[in-house]
Design a protein around this ligand. Structure first.
Ligand code: SF4
Length: 73
């Protein structure tokens, strides 16, 4: 499992991550990115994502213009 964190304060709701990696990221009410509800842990911005979705996580992370997505260890 990959622990994924979105820093909501850095997200400016561009939509790239949830358009390019919709298996992991979804659009929140304000247009900001959230973790898909299937994988959330404490908040909409933290989750445990299965290893087989690592390419999706990395795609979202690499394309985020504000570097708001991190894989935590
Ligand atoms: S790509 Fe980055 S800035 Fe854009 S919606 Fe996703 S987390 Fe927010």
């Amino acid at each position: 499992m990959l622990r994924v964190v979105i820093r909501a304060s850095e997200c400016f709701a561009c939509g790239l991550c949830y358009v390019l990696a919709p298996n992991v990221f979804v659009e929140g009410a304000d247009g900001k990115a959230e973790i898909d509800p299937r994988f959330r842990s404490n908040t909409p911005f933290e989750g445990e994502v299965p290893d087989d979705l690592a390419p999706d996580v990395i795609r979202g992370m690499m394309t985020c213009p504000s570097k708001a997505i991190d894989i935590a260890t």
